[in-house]
Design a protein around this ligand. Structure first.
Ligand SMILES: NC(=O)c1ccc[n+]([C@@H]2O[C@H](COP(=O)([O-])OP(=O)(O)OC[C@H]3O[C@@H](n4cnc5c(N)ncnc54)[C@H](OP(=O)(O)O)[C@@H]3O)[C@@H](O)[C@H]2O)c1
Length: 300
């Protein structure tokens, strides 16, 4: 099968299409013919070598944590999926490929395209996890830094649905989209705490940093301390005493089913995604680095 692999850390040009063995599903796993594979910021960070110290990879490595596709083989003990089923889920061993093995999966609702379903597992899990930890309640105010991103967009919608007042940060081009999801929106960057206080004079009860880029000092100023602040993205958290959420504790079938169901019902929508071929993986990473487009999925 064709897969996108890299043998050394480096810029996007290290990504090349290679011929690889079709992977075999282990117990509890399914193999899918991939219809779409999500490209995530973590893929870019892993490829560049930025994470090599904390998450060393065995090279060559095939990237890709999330896919949607059609089951073409099932491992032992699998009772909840059969050959021919359309599913989406978490890939082990790489999703940027024609075939991928999934450890956690759920049925893809007919209402979702392959592209939409493939883009949900990683960002959706992170949003659910961060909200579970922060536990913003009806009537409270939540600040989401990076409210226009894949994670932030889902977090905003889930929080708003629960009666939480959300203030979301975004680039100027995306402020309207954040507002359309029911949040108050403000640009990120210099003067953030002042702008948030103007939008939320009642105060901020919790902060989800789903972007990084140095927003934690403003978050701490708004909260008057580090209580009920989490980041998914800013390593400054370790010095500032803010929890950096890195464990994918909510990578469960139930969470996937909930997210796919909510997306199928239109209760959560994601930033528009763009499909590119496996051969364009390097270009996809370049585009993500240039922030020229939101979500990208690779289509074999
Ligand atoms: N720790 C974990 O378990 C975990 C899990 C999933 C994701 N993450 C991390 O969470 C982050 C977001 O992931 P994602 O998939 O949502 O990425 P994404 O879709 O690329 O979104 C990035 C977000 O960051 C915003 N942003 C860009 N430049 C910024 C700046 N200078 N200041 C503040 N915000 C800025 C973007 O706003 P505009 O596009 O409007 O400019 C957008 O809202 C990534 O760093 C990713 O690695 C961590």
């Amino acid at each position: 099968m064709r897969a996108v692999s890299f043998s050394e850390y480096g810029d996007p040009s290290v990504l090349t299409v290679v011929e690889a063995e079709v992977p075999e599903p282990g117990p509890g796993q399914v193999r899918v013919a991939v219809r779409a594979a999500g490209v995530n910021p973590i893929d870019v960070k892993l490829r560049s070598g930025q994470m090599a110290q904390n998450m060393p990879l065995s090279l060559p490595h095939v990237l890709g944590l999330e896919v949607a596709g059609v089951v073409d083989a099932v491992g032992e003990e699998v009772t909840d999926a059969a050959v021919g089923d359309a599913v989406a889920g978490w890939a082990v061993g790489g999703g940027y490929a024609e075939y991928a093995v999934l450890s956690t999966y759920a049925a893809k609702p007919d209402a979702l395209t392959w592209q939409e379903a493939a883009g949900l597992p990683v960002a959706g899990e992170a949003a659910v996890r961060a909200l579970r930890v922060l536990d913003p309640r009806c009537g409270e105010t939540l600040l989401v830094n990076g409210a226009s991103g894949s994670v932030g967009t889902i977090a905003v919608q889930l929080a708003v649905e629960n009666g939480v007042t959300v203030v979301g940060t975004a680039g100027s081009a995306n402020l309207d989209r954040v507002c359309a999801h029911g949040a108050l929106a403000t640009p990120y960057g210099e003067g953030l705490a002042r702008r948030v206080r103007a939008l939320a004079p009642q105060g901020v009860d919790a902060v989800l940093d789903a972007a990084g880029h140095g927003a934690l000092p403003d978050a701490i100023a708004l909260r008057g301390g580090t209580d009920r602040i989490v980041t998914l993205a800013d390593p400054a958290a370790f010095d500032l005493g803010v929890p950096f959420l890195s464990k994918t504790d909510d990578q469960t079938t139930q969470t996937l089913e909930t997210l796919l169901g909510a997306a199928a019902e239109g209760r959560i929508t994601q930033p528009a995604s763009r499909a590119m071929g496996l051969e364009e993986a390097a270009q996809a990473h370049r585009e993500w680095e240039r922030k020229s487009f939101g979500k990208i999925v690779l289509v074999p």
